[in-house]
Design a protein around this ligand. Structure first.
Ligand code: AMP
Length: 110
């Protein structure tokens, strides 16, 4: 999609602090981190919701989380994986993305 922010990041028209890339996704640091480590794992294909992802995309994204956590030093201490889906969850960018948050004890979700 031409005017999607995350598509522009994936096409490298907008800079990002990339952590890892595979054929299916790009993982980069969140520009407004909500934790000491905050990475967005973003499929290269533009889809809006997790259920639109193909099984191989989901598997690749989930398999990558351990490596990303290792690279950023939170594998042993733990991290949270999170999809915001829709308005009530606070989804701001309509290009599905998996948040990886760590580096400090997480607060309760509610
Ligand atoms: P969500 O609320 O789940 O849609 O999350 C969108 C995330 O994208 C937020 O945590 C933003 O801080 C992050 N974000 C917005 N613009 C950028 C950008 N240019 N580079 C990296 N992360 C961004």
């Amino acid at each position: 999609m031409t005017d999607c922010l995350f598509c522009k990041i994936i096409r490298e028209e907008i800079p990002s602090e990339q952590v890892l890339e595979t054929t299916n996704y790009v993982a980069f640091k969140d520009i407004h981190p909500k934790a000491p480590v905050h990475v967005l794992i973003v499929p290269k294909r533009h889809v809006e919701r997790p259920e639109e992802l193909r099984p191989e995309e989901i598997a690749d994204m989930l398999n990558g989380t351990e490596e990303i956590a290792q690279i950023l030093g939170v594998k042993e201490t733990g991290y949270r994986l999170l999809f915001n889906v829709g308005t009530h969850a606070g989804q701001e960018i309509d290009h599905v993305h998996l948040h990886l948050l760590g580096g400090a004890p997480a607060k309760s979700l509610y």
